[in-house]
Design a protein around this ligand. Sequence first.
Ligand code: FAD
Length: 315
Amino acid sequence: MSDVLVVAEHRRGDLRDVSYELVTAGRELADELGGDLNLAVISGDVDSFAEHLDRPGVDTIYTVEDGEEFDHNVYQSAIEELLSRTDATAVIMPNSVNGLDYAPALAESEGIPLVTDATAIAYDDGLTVTRDMYGSKVETTVDVAGDRFALTIRDGEWEPVTGVGDATIESITIDTPESGARVTGFEEVAAGDIDISEADVLVSVGRGIEEEDNIDVVQELADALGATLSASRPIVDNGWLPKSRQVGQSGKVVTPDVYIAIGISGAVQHVAGMKGSDTIVAINTDPNAPIFDIADYGIVGDLFDVVPELVAQFE
Ligand code: FAD
């Protein structure tokens, strides 16, 4: 018993990026355990999702055709069925709204420990999981008791797997659970707003912008780059941008190709949401701002001078 089962995630017809990161995390653990890596693809267009997730290191992809969108009962039942069919020691799920919905119920029904929001995992005669506590101010190492366990992993902590694999794809059916609750549709929380976690380029604005009207200055840069505008928490707390644009511990975790932090100091709670970005650019008047510790490129300067100059250059 040393296999790892990973549960892919999709939303509104698209696989979420974390699914590819889950494959990397799952393969890493399967190598340490000396077992297979199997994937569960549940609901939606499972054949297309399985094709996309057939990546190096994946042994078997189990597809479960049942409904279009996430449904707690379907996911829990399907994973339980797969755990009973396979030799899995570990099940790894995304630390998303969906993952945190079914993971605790699954752990309880299987009688196995669950560690959420993992940022690193290692196995050496037992599982050790790294996770943050106290608003990312403290990093803890958790030794997990028992020989079977469940984990949820944080977005952006593992590299997404690339390449083409040769996994076996197997379709399984489950008895759709009888339940008083059933997902019947999907409604956007903020109608018409953008999912910043899916953006390739983010221009992010912080308290250095001083007042609401000045947001136009950074919006112009976002427009020039074809980027999406996001923000640190004070901007959202002030009501200058909607909550859906907030990056960080109490906002969204983002992993764009490019993240441009403008007038953002780099508090741990903000960094927790964007440190997985491929390339980080920071613009700040304070050369000692912590954001420069994680930036790939930094400009020490006044955003009201620097940003219009960048807009002119890009245009
Ligand atoms: P500040 O820290 O005030 O930084 C402003 C920066 O702008 C400074 O570095 C300054 O040098 C620079 N600046 C000023 N003027 C200019 C100029 N003209 N040109 C260029 N630079 C300039 N924060 C989040 O962002 N996301 C979260 O999800 C989040 N969750 C939290 C959860 C908890 C439980 C707690 C306690 C806090 C959380 N915070 C979060 C808040 C976080 O601690 C910081 O207060 C916040 O990130 C600071 O935002 P900021 O960098 O925009 O502002």
